[in-house]
Design a protein around this ligand. Structure first.
Ligand code: GDL
Length: 546
């Protein structure tokens, strides 16, 4: 790769070099002649890219309105570089103002290395924010009064610096709600000691989180001073904000309310919104904790009550607590196009499984960049191809993951298996059990071949497989189940009056197959296969002896 840059200041140059270094494998055969211009734009983080590509030489002028927009212009340049030789003149800007990830799940926090590499990936997805709020790190909730030690501060500084190199703001949160005395100025000061440390290493975005805490005021002093918890939290947040602004007027405060989902019409959120300073952003997860949809009409209701547009804490793809058996890898769906005009932004709460989270996060980045042209399937396929580049590995991985596209959020978990199941049931109900058996036999064999590929030492992304091992095991069990059911169906006879019938004991065999499949708790393949086994059992049982 060769590179000449004109018109760039020192931080532009560092950002360009960091970008090219990150993508060196994809860009090593290119010669770049880049010119950087600063431009004014009414649109946030807007850029213009005028570029010409011929014979692996790319001449490009990147007009950027901020350091961050330079990163987004480079993202566009990468796509352009991998396309045909041509000239383009592209003006672009993101839809949502705040686009990011909140590490806010219960469970093992991401490692420092994962966070560093995550920041670079989030920037590739067009995201500009990463919020640190790891529920089970002691310093987040239990030791919130303790200042960061020198090691933690050093690591956080590295994250901030990595963020600066890639256009990603790092927000750091604290959750004092388990033990805070809202009326006590010493507790405001305890938060501020932490915040001052963070300000000194370049953090400008702060989170004060009151989620998942007792709803009642716990100290006599608080009960005396405040009528409600909402008043106490608003007052505490306002005092923290005022202290923050004394140190740095550009600092921003994000608060997660204690009641953070619903219609936005509850008295608590109204009271918090009325009393909290208008510049404080309030987070909201939507109708539910894990919301099936986020839409404009609910955002309007929230704004009417809370006095500001919601900053979404979107609980997808997180799979903690009661969801640990689920694997959330499908594209984000059910977030309305145009929501950016009615919300302050959106943070996605990911899975503990870092590498696998990047797949849905990439689709969330696409939605947040351009909600009106977001296409979930295209976005997902593009992201998966970049993650698993070797064709045969990609194909096997895609088939596996298409058995876990849904969650409580987006319905149809296993669309391919779903259509296979309906072909099978149609065949058996129309008197062709042998045809049904054949469909399942072939599908089972395909899964066995995929399993070989996925678990081979030569698989190109063994790190991904390691993260999703229980679901890979369930996939194998699914393949075995299909083969066993195929054998059952092959032994069945059919009559117009009774439907399927088999020899004595065949119904119990279906029951055993079903139990073996259900023994593995990890959820994969939706509910269709289980339902089918239930029906097959019932039909064979009813016709036993026919
Ligand atoms: C929550 C928690 C979050 C957790 C998520 C999913 C918020 C504001 N808080 O209620 O930490 O990961 O549910 O279990 O969502």
């Amino acid at each position: 790769m060769s590179l000449t840059i004109e018109g760039a200041n020192a931080s532009h140059t560092s950002l360009i070099e960091a970008f090219l270094n990150r993508h060196k494998e994809r860009l090593e055969s290119f010669a770049f002649e880049l010119e950087i211009e600063e431009c004014q734009s009414k649109k946030l983080e807007a850029f213009q890219l005028v570029a010409h590509k011929s014979n692996k030489t790319i001449e490009a002028t990147l007009s950027v309105s901020s350091q961050q927009s330079l990163r987004w212009a480079l993202n566009a340049l990468l796509v352009f570089a991998e396309g045909p030789d041509e000239t383009i003149n592209l003006e672009d800007s993101p839809a949502f103002a705040i686009r990011g990830v909140i590490e806010g799940f219960y469970g093992t926090p991401w490692t420092h290395e994962q966070r560093l590499s995550g920041i670079e990936s989030f920037a590739d997805f067009g995201m500009n924010s990463f919020m640190l709020a790891p529920k089970d790190s002691p310093w987040q909730r239990f030791d919130w009064r303790r200042p960061f030690d020198s090691m933690l501060l050093k690591l956080t500084k590295e994250l901030v610096e990595r963020g600066q190199l890639h256009g990603v703001n790092i927000a750091v949160c604290v959750s004092p709600g388990l033990s805070v005395k809202y009326s006590d100025q010493n507790d405001v000061e305890a938060v501020m000691i932490r915040y001052r440390q963070l300000l000194s290493i370049g953090v400008r975005d702060f989170g004060l989180l009151f989620d998942d805490i007792p709803w009642e005021l716990q100290f006599a002093e608080d009960i005396k001073k405040y009528k409600t918890t909402a008043q106490a939290q608003a007052d505490f947040s306002n005092r923290v904000l005022a202290s923050l602004k004394e140190v740095d007027s550009s600092a921003r405060l994000i608060v997660c309310p204690m009641e953070y989902c619903g219609r936005g019409t509850n008295p608590y959120i109204r009271e918090l919104g009325t009393n909290a300073a208008p510049e404080i952003s309030l987070m909201w997860t939507g109708r539910q904790i894990c919301s099936e949809y986020l839409d404009i009409s609910d955002a309007i209701v929230f704004k009417d009550d809370a006095g500001r547009a919601p900053l979404y804490w979107d609980n997808y793809p997180v799979n903690d607590v009661a969801m640990t058996h689920e694997l959330h890898v499908g594209p984000i769906q059910g977030r309305e196009a145009g929501l950016e005009d009615f919300s302050a932004g959106l943070f996605s709460n990911p899975m503990e499984k870092f590498e696998m989270s990047l797949l849905p996060l990439s689709t969330i980045g696409d939605y947040l960049w351009d909600s009106k042209n977001y296409n979930p399937q295209e976005s997902w396929d593009r992201a998966l191809k970049l993650m698993v580049k070797k064709e045969s590995d990609y194909t096997a991985m895609r088939r596996l993951l298409r058995n876990s596209l849904g969650s409580c959020l987006n319905g149809n978990a296993a669309p391919d298996l779903g259509s296979l199941i309906s072909s099978t049931t149609t065949a058996w109900r129309t008197g062709k059990p042998e045809e049904a058996a054949e469909i399942f036999r072939k599908a089972g064999e395909q899964i066995m071949r995929d399993y070989e590929v996925l678990t081979s030492d030569n698989f190109s992304r063994t790190d991904l497989i390691e993260e999703i091992k229980p679901w890979v095991a369930k996939y194998l069990a699914g393949g075995e189940t299909l083969e066993q059911l195929s054998m059952v169906l092959a032994q069945c006879t059919w009559s117009k009056d009774h439907g399927l019938a088999g020899t004595q004991g065949l119904a119990s065999e279906v029951l055993r197959i079903r139990q073996r499949f259900d023994q593995i708790q990890s959820r994969l393949m939706g509910d269709g296969l289980d339902l089918l086994m239930g029906e097959l059992y019932a039909e064979l049982k009813a016709n036993e002896g026919c």
